[in-house]
Design a protein around this ligand. Structure first.
Ligand SMILES: [Zn+2]
Length: 444
């Protein structure tokens, strides 16, 4: 392999008309920074003139000097790399005009190689800050953002129509602001992000960008328990069923059950030795109380530090025996959990229609009130398989992105960053993962 071929391969330059000059690599200072310069020439025999389109015959088109461009190419090694490309100039006799040799490595009037642009876009798919991308690729911050904005243009959704199944959610950005996002509930594709989440903004957005006919075709919209969207959804999407994400329902009651346990546990924090033992057990085995009753083991013995050799189910029974109020709350919690897991709407409705016993904690009471308010939409969550799992996955990634993208004062730039980030990095299925990680409230 010749040196030119070898170097071309190393630099990912596919254009065979580019010839690397022998000993053509220099290290030089440029604008206060050290760069690696690769000196090369672009030349070939022109076949026709781009101005008059007349084919070359004899010497009708002749070579006439060169023009040098400084092109940013992907960095190899320590310093950012410039390709100093001497481009062949041609003269066309018939029309007396000149033109420059073309290459596939850069677009016309552009000094950043297509490879570098691709590299920048790939890097934005990782949670890297603009600063660090610009440093890695040897371009300015503004250039990175410009390439990112160009890349995001491909994802502009407005000319598209809405899918049948949507998912709405919100996320925090720029310290304390909330953005609204909606995605295709089936594919997980982000459709758009708005800088606010108030009803007026949402209404304006959907009315401006989608026809009523299209909005009428939306069949379901999955939301978490933010009641704020219910009214606006009914106005905008007259035929859509609202689905409350089931995961959030379970999370709501398991959180309130855990708070209830903490309240009752703290009553045993006395100087009495027997009470302290109960306190410690209530503190240590919180997970067992939150676990679905039918998933507790009734058969296998395990060693528990504060109990000794025991069966899971017997530990739960012993802990519940400490306090009849705890038992009552536990039973209510388990019955709600069971109804939700079995997707038994009648059972759920039945539990929620009964007045709360006086022993029920304020935490569980509040949750029950919330559940009552959302009861009609919970029915849908039992019926449809859509959930906010994909949305959760997206939001978790946005959180990571927020940590590196703190510099965004311009919402459009921020949004483009997110759009490019997700278009280049398909959303993984996170439904199962989040069940593992998130149903677990912090131990008190
Ligand atoms: Zn010509």
């Amino acid at each position: 392999m010749s040196i030119t071929n070898f170097t071309r391969k190393l630099l990912d330059i596919q254009d065979k008309n580019i010839h690397i000059d022998s000993e053509g690599i220099t290290i030089e200072e440029y604008k206060g920074r050290t760069y690696k310069f690769i000196h090369a020439t672009l030349t070939y025999e022109a076949t026709h003139c781009p101005h008059c389109h007349i084919k070359k015959e004899g010497t009708s088109i002749y070579k006439n000097g060169t023009q040098t461009s400084r092109i940013t190419i992907p960095t190899i090694g320590v310093h950012p790399v410039y390709l100093l490309l001497k481009k062949q100039r041609f003269m066309c006799k018939p029309c007396a005009r000149s033109f420059t040799a073309k290459t596939s490595i850069v677009k016309r009037h552009c000094f950043i190689s297509s490879n570098t642009k691709a590299q920048i876009l790939v890097k934005t798919a990782e949670a890297q800050s603009i600063k660090s991308i610009s440093r890695d690729c040897g371009v300015s911050d503004a250039t990175v953002q410009r390439i990112l904005n160009d890349g995001a243009k491909a994802f502009k959704p407005y000319h598209k129509t809405l899918p049948s199944h949507l998912s709405f959610d919100e996320f925090k950005y720029a310290k304390s602001q909330m953005a609204f996002e909606y995605i295709n509930a089936e594919t997980g594709a982000i459709l758009d992000i708005l800088d606010r989440r108030d009803s007026r903004t949402i209404k304006n957005h959907f009315i401006t960008h989608y026809s009523l006919k299209n909005r009428k075709q939306v069949k379901t919209i999955t939301i978490d328990m933010n009641a704020g969207y219910v009214t606006v959804i009914k106005e905008l999407f007259p035929h859509a069923e609202i689905i409350i994400d089931r995961f959030h329902l379970v999370q709501l009651i398991s959180r309130s059950m855990n708070k209830t346990r903490v309240t009752m546990m703290n009553r045993f924090k006395t100087s009495n030795g027997e009470d302290l033992k109960k306190y410690r057990r209530l503190k240590a085995y919180w997970k067992l109380l939150l676990k679905k009753e039918n998933e507790l083991s009734y058969t296998s013995y395990k060693y528990y530090r504060l109990f000794g050799q025991r069966i899971e189910a017997s530990i739960v029974q012993e802990i519940l025996a400490y306090d009849s109020r705890l038992r009552r709350n536990y039973q209510l919690y388990q019955s709600l959990l069971r109804a939700m897991n079995q997707k038994n709407y009648v059972a759920l409705e039945n539990i929620l229609s009964q007045p709360c016993h006086q022993d029920i904690s304020t935490y569980l009471r509040t949750s029950i009130q919330t559940l009552r308010k959302h009861l009609p939409y919970m029915k849908n969550s039992f019926y449809y398989t859509y959930n906010n799992g994909r949305m959760e996955g997206i939001n978790n990634k946005i959180k990571v992105l927020n940590r590196v993208a703190y510099g965004y004062r311009n919402f459009t730039n921020y949004k483009n960053r997110i759009l490019v980030h997700f278009q280049l990095k398909p959303v993984e299925r996170t439904t199962n993962k989040r069940m593992k990680n998130k149903t677990r409230p912090k131990a008190a």
